[in-house]
Each structure stands twice: as structure tokens, then as C-alpha cells.
Ligand binder design. Structure first.
Ligand SMILES: Cc1cc2nc3c(=O)[nH]c(=O)nc-3n(C[C@H](O)[C@H](O)[C@H](O)COP(=O)(O)OP(=O)(O)OC[C@H]3O[C@@H](n4cnc5c(N)ncnc54)[C@H](O)[C@@H]3O)c2cc1C
Length: 262
């Protein structure tokens, strides 16, 4: 951490699978700090309803973790479905998030889960994963000075269900979580695509049980929230809303039918 304070412009290197592409795109860092030997960043724990995943955990390790498999099995399944075998062994959670590329999937998967990023050695301590594309955010102002992403935390205590749909990738992916709170049940969905930033959609229903949710109605409410800018050359906004509605309905049908966390 002292190194990052001493070299605020240093580039952090984890698995380097994305950095190689960044070097080809013209990145020429003066200082590169490798995290490879910091074993604490590879730890995963689940205590008092908080799942904590070290930023250096690879996609393969995450998808096979006993802590994740027992608390949010669908997160392990989603994580194990991304990229290729080679990249899954090499690429890390932190690199997938902080590369900040639209086509990467962990920001979509983890935003629906309300995940928080924990930092050290920079000006920031905690930020929600969903803030990665906030407009005019500190990302644009202080990128390169965020220090080191040490871990990602997920509150699993209030989580009732989670699922991820990537069958329509690259056009559209949807990650969806249902949580219980004092107002009822909150459904958080995040829509991703290779060509646009992820969009967060949310609906709170006065219900006490997932089975009370109407997949068609909730799917329509969520899809209608997709902003016009989600449309692009690969699909109009009407088509995108239709697609997101279908994927949300599919996930909600599974959620209402199975009533399990994963
Ligand atoms: C052929 C191929 C196919 C792929 N397919 C998919 C796919 O289907 N779905 C998908 O989601 N992804 C896919 N990826 C992306 C892959 O998941 C990412 O490249 C990987 O997760 C990046 O992790 P890394 O450890 O290699 O990051 P690195 O390359 O080491 O770093 C990436 C960026 O994150 C920063 N960084 C990394 N860790 C930290 C940290 N702890 N703190 C601060 N900054 C940090 C680095 O400075 C750099 O800017 C693919 C990549 C390739 C090459």
C-alpha cells in the first residue's frame, strides 16, 4: 500500500490478461506494481452474512469456492461461465472490475448483488460496484489514483434469490437479485451489453414471499426503466427493452418457481 502512495500514477498488475491488451492500445506505465505475491488478496470468507472475496481471486477459484458455493451458488455458476478456460485461470475479480470495459461481466453480475468494492492505499475506502460507470464520477477524475482494490463484499443475509442470464450475449445480459427488506421485496436487475455501460433497474413490491411476484409484470416494469441511451447500432431501444423484459421474466419465473438463493 505504501508503494501506491509513493507512486500514485503506478499501474496495478493482477493477472495481466487485460493489461496486455492495454499495452497494445498504447499504455506505457512508468511504474508497474504487481499484486501476485500478496496472498491475503486471494482469501474468501463468509462471516455474519457478509461474503468477502479478495480481489486477486481468479475466475476459476471464485467459481469453485466452498464459501461462495454454499452462500450464493448461482454467483459461483455465473462466475464460472465467463471467458475461456485459459482466461478463467489467469484473470482475477479485481482486474475484471477495474479494467472498466463494457464487455466484461463481473460488474453486471456483482452490481445486482449490491456488491461493494473495498480499497486501500488511495483516496477511496469503499465504493459500490454499480458506481463504476457513474457520470462525472471520481473514476474519471482520479482514475489511476484509487489505490488497490483489496476485496469485494456482498451482503448475503437479506438475499433471497440471485440469477444471471448470458444466453443473449453480446447483445444483452441480465443479472437479477431479490432481497427482503422492511418495504417488502426489492428486485434489482442489471442489464449489460458489449456496447454500452451496464444499467441498474429496480422494483420494490409489497410482498413477503418470492412466490407472490408476477414475473411478467415485474419484468415489464424493470425493462421499461431502461434509458433510451441503452439502444445502439446493434439494437434499437425498443428491441433492447423487449430483450431485457424477456430475460428478466425468465429469471423471475425461475426465482418464483424455486425459492432458493442460487
Ligand atoms: C480472450 C479473452 C476472453 C475474455 N472473455 C471474457 C468474458 O467472456 N467475460 C468477461 O467478463 N471477461 C472476459 N475477459 C476478460 C477477463 O475476464 C479479464 O481480462 C480479467 O478478469 C482481468 O483480470 P486480470 O487479473 O488479468 O487483470 P489485469 O490485466 O492485471 O488488470 C486489468 C486492469 O485492472 C487494474 N487492476 C487489476 N487488479 C487491480 C486491483 N486489485 N486494484 C486496482 N487495480 C487493479 C489494472 O491496473 C488494469 O487496469 C476475456 C479476456 C480475454 C483475453
Amino acid at each position: 500500500m505504501a508503494l501506491t502512495r509513493h507512486h500514485p500514477k503506478a499501474v496495478i498488475a493482477a493477472g495481466c490478461s487485460d493489461l496486455v491488451a492495454q499495452f497494445r492500445e498504447g499504455l506505457e506505465p512508468e511504474v508497474l506494481i504487481s499484486l501476485q505475491r500478496i496472498k491475503e488478496l486471494r482469501e474468501i470468507s463468509n462471516e455474519a452474512g457478509i461474503l468477502r472475496i479478495g480481489s486477486l481471486v481468479s475466475h476459476t477459484e471464485g467459481s469453485r469456492s466452498p464459501e461462495i458455493l454454499s452462500s450464493v451458488p448461482a454467483l459461483a455458476a455465473a462466475w464460472g461461465s465467463i471467458a475461456t478456460v485459459r482466461i478463467r485461470y489467469r484473470g482475477t475479480l479485481g482486474g475484471n472490475l477495474l479494467a472498466r470495459r463494457y464487455r466484461y461481466e463481473m460488474p453486471v453480475i456483482l452490481s445486482a448483488l449490491g456488491a461493494q468494492m473495498q480499497f486501500e492505499g488511495g483516496d477511496i475506502a469503499v465504493l459500490p460496484v454499480s458506481s463504476l460507470w457513474d457520470r462525472d464520477s471520481l473514476w474519471d477524475r482520479t482514475l489511476g489514483n484509487v489505490g488497490i482494490l483489496t476485496a469485494v463484499t456482498v451482503d448475503t443475509a437479506s438475499l433471497l434469490w440471485f440469477g444471471y442470464e448470458r444466453s443473449m450475449r453480446p447483445l444483452s445480459t441480465v443479472s437479477l437479485a431479490v432481497r427482503k427488506n422492511t418495504a417488502g421485496l426489492t428486485v434489482s436487475a442489471v442489464c449489460g451489453s458489449e456496447y454500452r455501460q451496464p444499467f441498474v433497474l429496480s422494483h420494490t413490491a409489497e410482498a413477503t414471499d418470492i412466490a407472490e411476484l408476477d414475473p411478467a409484470f415485474v419484468g415489464e416494469v424493470l425493462a421499461a426503466q431502461l434509458p433510451d441511451e441503452a439502444g445502439d447500432y446493434a439494437g434499437s431501444i425498443d428491441y433492447r427493452r423487449h430483450l431485457v423484459g424477456v430475460l428478466c421474466r425468465r429469471l423471475l419465473a425461475e426465482a418464483t418457481g424455486t425459492q432458493r438463493k442460487g
